[in-house]
Design a protein around this ligand. Sequence first.
Ligand SMILES: Nc1ncnc2c1ncn2[C@@H]1O[C@H](COP(=O)(O)OP(=O)(O)OP(=O)(O)O)[C@@H](O)[C@H]1O
Length: 212
Amino acid sequence: MGDGLRLEGVTIALGGRMLISITHAVEPGEVLTIMGPSGSGKSTLLAYVGGFLDRVFEASGRVRAGDVDLTALPPEDRHVGILFQDPLLFPHMSVAGNLLFAIPAALRGKSERMRLAREALAGVELDGMEDRDPDTLSGGQKARVALARVLLSAPRTLLLDEPFSKLDTELRQQMRRLVFSKARERGLPVLLVTHDEADAQAAGGPVVRIGG
Ligand SMILES: Nc1ncnc2c1ncn2[C@@H]1O[C@H](COP(=O)(O)OP(=O)(O)OP(=O)(O)O)[C@@H](O)[C@H]1O
């Protein structure tokens, strides 16, 4: 089981106006849903956790994963996995290429890397799709490749920025189940940003409402 995530006295302001003020603990496998009107600062909070907040914002407070203070680390050392609205697959690489790219560099053996990529594809019910071009996949399949890729990157926490919003109702339900079950299996704490109350309900965890 992984570590929990703690937001400790996190405040983010823009031009002297306070956008976010939050203290919250997220248990391993738990989803904290963050809701609020457009422009309230939801994506900004994820950027702070990921370490890529634009310098125009004034931010303070700590983000900890277990005993590790993520705020003291550069983004590449935080091991934070992110899924956005768009799957953001590299179009010039095969599905396997997109997956291999995410595997930590320390795992160098080619056949071992390929085995992990195949296993990750099977884990999102895309067995045998490794040679396909992303362009030839459906929206739901692309979303699952993006999920497989983020899981392969060995994240210690998952940030979800409206990752279901472009999927139709049925696919959205499937994708929610898949993402939340993977997070539970691996004991990953999750921050989910969404406008959709049904996402929050499916996530089953606490909901924080910001702004408005
Ligand atoms: N790089 C930036 N420079 C200046 N202002 C920014 C920047 N990025 C975001 N903002 C502003 O910060 C505020 C919060 O934006 P953010 O994207 O976090 O909102 P959000 O709640 O995620 O909105 P939405 O639901 O529309 O995605 C907004 O007023 C936005 O205009």
